[in-house]
Design a protein around this ligand. Sequence first.
Ligand code: NAD
Ligand code: DAU
Length: 355
Amino acid sequence: MILVTGGAGFIGSNFVLDWLACRDEPVVNLDLLTYAGNLGNLVSLRGDSRHVFVQGDVCDAALVRRLLVEYRPRAVVHLAAETHVDRSIQDAAAFVRTNVTGTYVLLEAVRDYWQALGATEREAFRFHHVSTDEVYGSLGPEDAPFTEHHPYQPNSPYSASKAASDHLVRAWHHTYGLPVVTTNCSNNYGPYHFPEKLIPLAIVNALAGKPLPVYGDGLNVRDWLYVKDHCAALRLVLERGRVGQTYNIGGWNEKTNLEIVRTICRLLDELRPDAAGPHERLITFVADRPGHDRRYAIDASKVERELGWRPAETFETGIRKTVQWYLDHPEWVAQVQSGAYRQWIATQYGRVGPA
Ligand code: NAD
Ligand code: DAU
């Protein structure tokens, strides 16, 4: 059995669903169910005894220790985090708590558990820390993509908290020998993506005839990866990644934000035409994100060379599947757009104002 943290979030729920579709190994899923966690993502697992859901906090040392003793996982895949950069700019407290303290609590509990295992289980055990390319900072237009050796230069409260967690994981390996692997991935997109992030926000706003807010000049660049390709990479790294190593994961797929939003508009024009006119009419430039990183790009050659991973989706196939998924799941979209969601949208976009 494996213990997954944050398995009710966007990547976590995709990971749990893919894991149980590909493997017959049970999952204990520890998730606090913050605004970003949604058991609705996992309804297809109802009645499946291979999935044990526990609502709880990674900062709760007693709970984490109890779960380790009770379920005796052979690996921990740590995804739980606060993840939205704009929220971290408004208030970083939860980011420091969950991303830094939560990772520390987990590492300490896992260290004690791991040290008490028998020799064979100790040898096989893995702590897989799921992190982000944002820890490397921002690239200029001509800079080479981030390799695993790029210096850490986090610029937002979110990326600083993730960088801190990466450093803790590295130190627990170096000092205590804990068998860790860390992955740093670029921007994911796909099913169950909470509509505070650019791609799902653009889709749900366009469907509702609302403005599509683009920060600054819209020319910031991100590398986009379909979430199921990330999940496949996580499975491979957990299985065959070298202990103590980090692996960068990305789609070799750099796009400006404006290209992303325009692509979504064109797909919706085709799949759900709007009598009022092309969806691009809704694009609205708004004030920039403070400290907005200009460009991220990932050099994924290490994970490709060592583990034979390649993304299965191109951006064209992945974004079409994603838009279609949102069209096919209006009830999921309605359910996540609760009062708390509406309050966030009002606060964030009321505050940023026009460009
Ligand atoms: P998400 O915000 O969609 O989900 C996070 C999940 O963690 C939620 O289910 C939430 O309830 C849970 N959680 C939050 N605080 C918790 C706590 N204290 N205890 C237990 N559970 C808690 O995030 P995501 O986009 O799925 O990202 C998952 C991981 O992948 C994060 O570590 C993130 O930094 C990393 N990552 C994300 C991306 C991306 O593009 N989304 C890219 C690279 C890396
Ligand atoms: O790079 C990996 C990271 O990708 C993850 O670690 C983060 O958890 C995840 O949230 C994501 O961070 P970004 O800040 O890149 O994602 P977001 O969707 O918030 O923004 C993508 C780009 O779009 C970014 O340049 C900001 C811009 N943007 C975003 C929003 C929400 C807009 O122009 N308008 C918007 O309304």
